[in-house]
Design a protein around this ligand. Structure first.
Ligand code: MN
Ligand code: MN
Length: 281
């Protein structure tokens, strides 16, 4: 009887063993993967031109505009791999990696202007180490941003990005600006620091939301969530960012950039025409 049972069970073991061999190996821990900050593309074809100068740092990539003293755009990857316990460094300072002859903005250039030193890549998105956090305080990562835009509208959008990460996503965020003239806490200004720094009139952001995984660009489909916002650089801005949602196409028209250019054109065409209607918190 026992021998008979053995004969019966042996094929069952064999089959289950074969199944266990064909199962996929466990995926590496995606939480540890810091991916390219420019995976979605180089929106302005930034290179060596002083007003469209590509600066690639481990923590973010940007196009610097020496004539304006601000970045044209900043692009970064956000996932749990970038988040840790490092405290806010608050060490605002000139970016000495800029070539000689470029406008180097100083921390003091914003003093008394009525505009915040508004981070593009946020301090709270780079807390993996003190060095990572400190990198976000370089003045090449700053724009003169109306305090109510920075501290209310923008802060809640930045916070929502990290909520999306908490929910199991990774993001590609591109922030930029265009136009000339904003109103801060000391009124309307076209420039600050005696013309050294241009105050943009509009501040935009494009956020690509993907479930945590690998080969990110190839996973962008026509149904990927993309949040695009375009806000006034004004102290009379609404606190709620969702009312400023727009399409990527609209931002491309205003700026002349090609956003998400590494995504296949047919997917871009569909994604970029949409206006997000998803959750906002
Ligand atoms: Mn990924
Ligand atoms: Mn595009």
């Amino acid at each position: 009887m026992i021998k008979y049972l053995k004969n019966l069970l042996y094929p069952v073991f064999l089959v289950s063993f074969l199944f266990s061999c064909t199962e996929e190996a466990p995926a590496p821990d995606q939480d540890t993967v810091r991916e390219s900050n420019m995976a979605m593309g180089n929106p302005s074809g930034a290179g060596t031109d002083a007003n469209n100068y590509l600066l690639e740092k481990p923590q973010y990539s940007l196009s610097y505009n020496s004539g304006k003293g601000i970045p044209n755009w900043v692009s970064w990857h956000l996932s749990k791999a970038w988040l840790g316990e490092a405290p806010r460094q608050d060490d605002f300072r000139a970016d000495n990696t800029l070539p000689a002859g470029f406008t180097k903005v100083l921390n003091s250039d914003y003093t008394g202007s009525g505009f915040d030193r508004g981070h593009n890549c946020p301090s709270a998105d780079r807390t993996g180490s003190e060095a990572d956090n400190s990198a976000t305080f370089l003045m090449t990562n700053m724009i003169p941003q109306a305090p109510n835009n920075n501290q209310r509208t923008w802060a809640s959008l930045e916070s929502y990005c990290r909520t999306l990460v908490d929910q199991g996503n990774e993001l590609y965020v591109i922030m930029g600006n265009y136009g000339r003239g904003g109103d801060g806490s000391n009124g309307q200004k076209e420039t600050i620091a005696s013309g050294k720094i241009t105050v943009p009139s509009r501040i935009w952001k494009v956020i690509v939301v993907l479930p945590l995984g690998t080969n990110d660009v190839s996973r962008v489909t026509a149904s990927t969530r993309v949040i695009a916002v375009d806000t006034p650089n004004s102290n009379s801005i609404s606190n709620d960012w969702d009312g400023y949602r727009t399409s990527v196409d609209a931002i491309e028209t205003k700026t002349g950039y090609d956003l998400l250019s590494n995504v296949p054109a047919q997917v871009q065409n569909i994604l970029e025409a949409k206006v997000d209607t998803g959750p906002t918190q």
